[in-house]
Design a protein around this ligand. Sequence first.
Ligand SMILES: Nc1ncnc2c1ncn2[C@@H]1O[C@H](COP(=O)(O)OP(=O)(O)OP(=O)(O)O)[C@@H](O)[C@H]1O
Ligand SMILES: [Mg+2]
Length: 394
Amino acid sequence: MMSYSRIAAVDVGNDSIKAIFGKLDSELNIPNVIARDIEDRPVIGIEELDSKDPLDGIHVRVHSPALMDNNAIYRIGNLATKSNNATELDPGSSKSEEDQTLVMLFATLALDAVSAKNEKTFPKNKNVVDANYTLGTGLPLREVKEGKDAGYRSKLLGSVHQVEFLITPKYQGIKVNIKFDEIKVYPEGFAAYINLVLDNNGNIINKDLIDKRILIQDIGGLSTDIAVIKNRNVDDDKAQGFNLGVSEALEQIREEIRSKHGIELDSRRDVVEIITKKNDRNHIMVRGSRTSVHDITDRILLDLAKKQYRLLRNVWQKNSQTEICYFVGGGSTVLKEYLKTLNNNLDGYNIDFFEDEKESIWMMANAYYKLIADYVKKTGKDKESKDQQKPVKA
Ligand SMILES: Nc1ncnc2c1ncn2[C@@H]1O[C@H](COP(=O)(O)OP(=O)(O)OP(=O)(O)O)[C@@H](O)[C@H]1O
Ligand SMILES: [Mg+2]
């Protein structure tokens, strides 16, 4: 029997998951935070459950042979943030080998599968939904270099993965069986390049750029990756990953605001809001008075920007014929003005940013979407081709 397979492009970022589905018909963004539940959490009234957003109450049991810890119960995303045993990915860890990566991936797909829009796509039979996906995703260059993409792909491909919604608003009691028809695992830096040069139909949109030597510095929550692009391909030997993101700086700002002003911000996201908002940037309310925290944010962010600039300088020195460096990722949005100022006062490299913060943050997910959609379009027949890193055809 032929079954429908829905496209999913998923960027499992250390800070948050970004996912794009189907014919670009829906997307999800979920904080990458999980908390193991020892027992079922207390049931709240069903009425209350139904009035809430499922994304604020993701509570699941996950069965999958791909997991080290099978059948465990997790709170995920916003719900996990509130828990006292929440875990976020550790900078030194390998994405491809962490249960957390898989738990987040499966939960994201299950949420897409049960969403109201997909009632027709994946019909429900006795509270069980069978969902088939064609997945485009990525791993850090370092892990792809180590050959971990093959193992990651095969443990996902070989079996059925089940997400059972426990006390989740609207979806309580539904089980989703996830199967993959095809999976492509792309190296992250290469994907960013693809997003710069191709549109959603696989056509070249940036002729100027396609044959240039470029760097792409992706500043994420916990890590920074610098990809080196040459001859329309990522130069594996030159690319570098660093365990330095913006999360630590955001946490430090939060802590200093607490100790200096006695204001308790809920999360790093609140800090991002304070430092990026259009009106009244770098100000908070303290007992009803508008108060500047510019001294705190300036010092900490400038310090981080200097470290990021040093990384750039280092990689540029080793790739002296580079023509331009693009800064992407949420961290680039936060550090943009600092990096520009440093660059003007120091080496004056040809660097560029994305004006639209969403474009910067969704760069990888967009790229995986373009790549997997293109693959689906071109194949159907050619299922075996291993063209994960084939140079772009002009
Ligand atoms: N809209 C936004 N504007 C500014 N900063 C943001 C925005 N959204 C997220 N950030 C911040 O940017 C940082 C990096 O976010 P990003 O989504 O690029 O990381 P990630 O891809 O999940 O992590 P990594 O690349 O380390 O795996 C986060 O700490 C986040 O707080
Ligand atoms: Mg990222």
